[in-house]
Design a protein around this ligand. Sequence first.
Ligand code: NAD
Length: 484
Amino acid sequence: MAKRNKKRQSRKPPYPVYVRFPGKLLIIGFGSIGQGVLPLILRHIGIDRKNISIITADPTGRGVARKEGIRFRIKAVTSENYEKVLRSRIGPGDFLLNLSVDVSSLDLIQFCHKHDILYLDTCIEPWFGGYSDPSLTISQRSNYGLRENALALKKTSMGKATSVVAHGANPGIVSHFVKQALLNIAKKIGYKVKKPQNRKEWAALMRKLSVRTIHIAEYDSQVASTPKKIGRFENTWSVNGFHSEGINQPSEMGWGTHEKHWPKGARRHDFGCGAAIYLERPGAKVLVRTWTPQHGHFLGRAVTHNESISIADYFSLKQKDETVYRPTVHYAYRSCDASLLSLEECLGNNNVLQPEQRILLEEIESGMDELGVLLMGHKKGAYWYGSQLTIEETRKLAPYQNATGLQVTAGVLGGMVWAIEHPREGIVEADEIDFERIMKIITPYMGKMTGAFTDWTPLKRDGALFGDDADVGDPWQFKNFLYS
Ligand code: NAD
């Protein structure tokens, strides 16, 4: 093994090592994101590969772990066994990277705080059933509810080991894109702004620029060489994850203070920060008009995501107890072709997940993941800022992943580096992290970073033969939704 490792290391181009980490790293879950992030960790974090181990519920990724010389153990982590499983593997000064589905972020974070262990995940995940148990209320199953639980724990976490929550692509790096986009818009408009130093100053800048609505606008055009197989859910990242957020959870959106039109079937939660509302339908059934520079305008889905809530909350301005400014924020996701067909098949079968599942990788023939933030309502109309990453570039940049995966794994790497550099911050959301540090780490993996102004609005409907509500009124109000 030692000989093989030496050979592997001698083939490495000179990648920058951002930080050294002498502790152990335990990765829980080794699906598309776990496999993709491993080579980035080995390149950019100074860690001995003997100190890394993986624990996961199925054999997926065993070959990658073997090839990279990393310990791999199959064992499902549950609410009954997690303390025992973790205690025997990690302790003070170590790092727990949660890249699984169905393993509770909050229980793991509490364990990490108790034992002084750094932590990062890419979404605030509940134990199995947390998204689908019919005895739970919609609020309890929502990302708003999961985030509120994390915020309650955050209050008790000051000075404890850093736990970065929800730091992948989205949620994750899109929060940093928003800040860079604000500075870019300000420059274009000719506002002389000093870089904001805290939450209040960032929110004040967003309000000053009159940003009303933000879409996390993503178009995934990656296509496989083989057509989607009937009875199989195909996607470019976790099928279970997408089924949970797109079909089991409600559609959710950060709710702007400018909104005057209350959407059909919308509800407020009766607890927490109040930054978001939900619809009594899943995001897979809520179509929304949006725009990206490469693709132009298209229909995405308002699938719930943590960042829709955290960004809206972070950029809220309060006077006494009243929120005087908050943008509307939601995801507008056009998943890959095979995934759209898979969704249609699943919805048609009363939302039951297909028996077979596949994350597309080698079979992808072409395409790009175009992922960015579309800030609307300011003087220049709308501005999209984000990553245009093709599958061809991805394959040149890093092994074991598609374009969607690399946008996420770069975010995981950035968050890990930041956590190691700031080890005593307690629970931290992406919006609270130094965006420039993360942008520096992720940019080499983003393909082309593009900023594009446009006069597009959700009301732009050339040649429409049928009118609907959205044909009248203020384009930045929440009228651009179509319920299917
Ligand atoms: P995946 O479905 O490919 O893999 C999930 C992994 O979790 C598998 O290795 C599985 O064995 C493991 N797992 C399941 N139950 C487990 C248990 N009880 N104990 C231990 N391991 C268990 O998922 P993925 O695409 O790698 O995504 C991983 C996580 O990242 C998911 O929660 C997903 O929602 C999230 N994600 C976030 C972003 C983002 O941008 N923030 C993007 C993609 C995925």
